[in-house]
Design a binder for this molecule. Structure first.
Ligand code: PRP
Ligand code: URA
Ligand code: MG
Length: 224
């Protein structure tokens, strides 16, 4: 059976209901490789990392700048713009979110990293937070939450709830593939959170996996 993800051409680049689908040809090309079940693990990891760098660029496009004066090599003073405020906080959702971390740090090396461990119950599809460790001063930081897959949205919701309780105010959620069900759940509960993705797929199967999706992203990244 052939399934055409509506993400690739038709939905790419459109912003609907607060979701930003990145239409950049490099993003769409790399995502297409991840759909191929024969892609070896090392390549899967590498492409996920490359995609995260491209999506990081989008996630940071509205970071605030402040004027700063510096001295040029010839001694003249120049007014420039530099990032304002505390460094950004990147929060991968364990495990699969770890696959997106390095690309994000390639672009923003000074970022702090918080870790949130979430396990989705295979039967109920409910999410359980088993680890939560985030930097101080979250209220003053842009928080970028990473998870390749937004399926039912239960895992993302659990993380966003905990982050907001810990003080986070400005949050961006970055994923590779989103299902409409997960997007809807996030928009309802957290309309202030930007969702950035490379694809909005058709829906979920009976096991809560995204169709067409990528399969189990964590298993493909880590070989379990
Ligand atoms: O939107 P949801 O329905 O909650 O599903 C998405 C979650 O499921 C996967 O994680 P999983 O629980 O399989 O853990 P893993 O990262 O360890 O593979 C994925 O990485 C998301 O975190
Ligand atoms: O499609 C899905 C859904 C949840 N987790 C995954 O890894 N893939
Ligand atoms: Mg998994």
């Amino acid at each position: 059976m052939t399934v055409s993800p509506k993400s690739a051409a038709s939905a790419a680049g459109k912003e609907g209901g607060g979701i930003e689908i990145i239409a950049h040809p490099l993003v769409q090309h790399k995502l297409s490789w991840l759909r191929d079940r024969t892609l070896p693990r090392a390549d899967f990891r590498k492409v996920v990392r490359e995609l995260s760098l491209l999506l990081a660029y989008e996630a940071t496009r509205d970071l605030p700048l402040r004027p700063q004066e510096l001295v040029m090599p010839d001694g003249t003073h120049l007014q420039v713009e530099q990032l304002e405020g505390r460094s950004l906080c990147v929060i991968p959702i364990l495990r699969a979110g770890l696959g997106l971390l390095e690309g994000m740090l390639d672009l923003v090396p000074s970022a702090c990293v918080g870790h949130v461990g979430v396990q989705r119950d295979h039967d109920t599809l409910e999410a359980r937070v088993y680890y939560f460790n985030v930097p101080a001063h979250l209220a003053e930081r842009r928080c970028v939450v990473l998870d390749p897959m937004l399926a039912t949205g239960h895992s993302a919701l659990a993380v966003l709830d905990r982050l907001k309780k810990a003080g986070a105010q400005k949050i961006v959620f970055v994923c590779l593939v989103a299902a409409p069900e997960g997007v809807h759940a996030l928009r309802e509960a957290h309309p202030d959170v930007r969702i950035i993705t490379s694809a909005l797929d058709e829906g979920l199967d009976r096991r809560g996996y995204i169709v067409p999706g990528l399969g189990d992203a964590g298993d493909r990244l880590f070989g379990t």
